[in-house]
Design a protein around this ligand. Structure first.
Ligand code: SF4
Ligand code: SF4
Length: 339
């Protein structure tokens, strides 16, 4: 397998960055990790996951769509699209890599979201296998193997080397462009690392969380469940769970008067907010219970109903660690399952 010593990572990142913009998870001063543009001195974080997921690269939190300039009755539409630069995201975890497959099912079906599509075409995803999964991880529940991450290129580390395997033509082209730095090497130490990770995975507290009792046919069983009242009672409607979630995909479109014209932009929205889906006639979900139920029913029932059984969660654990009232999808699943 192609590999490079970890000690040469600066050389590797410099070579990638000389061809395309490179983003990777880096440590912040507060000890958490976030994706940053690589430049000399930026080090790859050893933390498991970034605070915000990698979905920002394809579906940014805010994005300008168009501008309109008006002169009397004449309206000029200005194309301001800028999303056509090639870039590499390095170090994406298996859960986040799977989230792209879920987002593809929303944005690449008719009518295709061309902003998302262009970014997907220009982005190369290099994943990083996990070696120290956290207590909040449950990607296995959704059939994800964090020791075999997807992406254009899969990457593993045994502490001494980074190992690479191309999974797509784009990934192969990427590795070909680095051929002068990569060498062929045996993977015995890597196999040992994977075996150790699998042992940790089997002992994780959420290793047995199952989707067995969820799916597209559970609408009637769960929609009217009395559990929603108790589960949603303390929800603050802050939207944190939706903003850190790699698979949440809702947005709002607004026009902003710049004083010289109109700027049309979109930004992430949250089904937990009181004005979400507000329409001319009013809001169809008037209570926090209804909004809370929508988020979990979407991931566990509606999404699989419309996507051949695929769930709208990848078990990244972000909502487990970030919700200020310690509510999360696992608690919801367990509560709904209790008869
Ligand atoms: S993070 Fe917690 S409190 Fe905030 S909206 Fe989500 S479930 Fe409610
Ligand atoms: S619902 Fe929670 S665990 Fe599932 S993908 Fe979203 S943030 Fe991660």
């Amino acid at each position: 397998m192609l590999r490079i010593p970890v000690a040469k990572s600066d050389e590797l990142f410099a070579a990638i960055a000389s061809q395309q913009t490179l983003y990777l998870p880096a440590d912040r001063k507060d000890g958490q990790a976030e994706y940053r543009k690589w430049e000399e001195g930026v080090k790859l974080s050893s933390r498991l996951n970034t605070v915000r997921s990698a979905k920002d690269f394809f579906f940014p939190q805010t994005e300008n769509l168009a501008e309109f300039r008006m002169e009397g009755k004449k309206i000029e539409v200005i194309d301001i699209r800028k999303e056509s630069e090639d870039f590499v995201i390095f170090g994406v975890r298996a859960c986040d890599a799977r989230s792209f497959t879920i987002l593809d099912k929303v944005y690449l079906v008719d009518p295709v979201d061309t902003f998302y599509q262009t970014r997907r075409e220009h982005g190369t995803v290099v994943t990083m296998a996990c070696t120290r999964p956290a207590e909040t991880c449950f990607c296995q529940t959704f059939g994800i193997d964090p020791t075999e991450p997807e992406g254009d290129v899969s990457c593993w580390s045994d502490g001494s080397y980074y190992y690479f395997r191309a999974n797509t033509d784009k990934g192969q082209k990427f590795l070909d462009s680095l051929s002068s730095l990569l060498e062929d090497g045996d993977t015995a130490a890597l196999e040992e690392t994977k075996a150790k990770t699998k042992e940790i995975l089997s002992k994780l507290p959420l290793a047995k969380v199952s989707t067995e009792n969820f799916g597209g046919d559970k609408l009637n069983e769960y929609f009217r469940s009395e559990k929603w009242g108790e589960l949603s009672e303390s929800c603050l409607g802050c939207g944190t769970c939706t903003f850190v979630c790699p698979t949440c995909q809702c947005y709002d479109i607004r026009d902003f008067d710049t004083g010289h014209g109109i700027q049309r932009f979109r930004c992430w929205d949250s089904c937990m907010y009181s004005d979400f889906t507000k329409m001319a006639h009013g809001n169809p979900r008037l209570t926090q219970l209804e909004r809370f139920r929508q988020r979990f029913m979407h991931k566990l029932v509606y999404f699989p109903a419309n996507n051949n059984g695929e769930f709208g969660c990848v078990g990244c654990g972000r909502c487990l660690s970030k919700c200020p009232i310690s509510m999360n999808i696992v608690k919801v699943m367990k509560a709904l399952e209790e008869k």
